[in-house]
Design a binder for this molecule. Structure first.
Ligand code: HEM
Length: 132
């Protein structure tokens, strides 16, 4: 049996289950952020209404996973570190963000190798968002 390949073309997006599955992942991600005690701080950095945050993270991740550039189509170009420069993000905030993502991946039933791959890869942009 061959090993799954992620990160080539749209293989990651397909492994997650396509664009609708990314939306499901992001919904679980923000639901976790509303609920997890360690995420209280990063929840407070977001607007009260998370609709736009859900939309923006979904469209961004679709492109980041090798799919169509939905974020750019709808909102224009983005650089993740610059988009977070105004936010007070340190190691705790980075780890809380990744913990929400780990919970969301668990809840959508992502396979262990996919989960490991995504959390390792997402750690890079998360680290770049840190300003302390
Ligand atoms: C390191 C921890 C992170 C924290 C605490 C965080 C927090 C936030 C907050 C509070 C916003 C809303 C900003 C506002 O409304 O002013 C935001 C926007 C956004 N975040 Fe993050 N974020 C983190 C990491 C990431 C990562 C790793 C990605 C992508 C892989 C990401 C993607 C986005 C996108 C696409 C937006 C929308 C930007 C826009 O259109 O203005 N974030 N984030």
């Amino acid at each position: 049996m061959s090993m799954p390949v992620f990160g080539v073309g749209d293989s990651t997006l397909r492994a997650v289950g396509g664009e609708a599955a990314v939306r499901e992942l992001v919904d679980r991600f923000y639901d976790a952020m509303e609920r997890l005690p360690e995420a209280r701080g990063i929840r407070a950095l977001h607007p009260a209404d998370l609709d736009e945050s859900r939309d923006k993270l979904t469209t961004f991740l679709i492109g980041w996973m090798g799919g169509p550039s939905r974020y750019r189509e709808r909102f224009g170009p983005i650089a993740i570190p610059a988009a977070h420069r105004h936010l007070d993000i340190g190691p705790e905030e980075r780890d809380a963000w990744l913990a929400c993502m780990a919970t969301a991946l668990e809840e959508i039933g992502a396979a262990d190798d996919l989960k490991r791959y995504l959390l390792t890869q997402l750690r890079h942009p998360a680290e770049m968002c840190r300003r302390r």
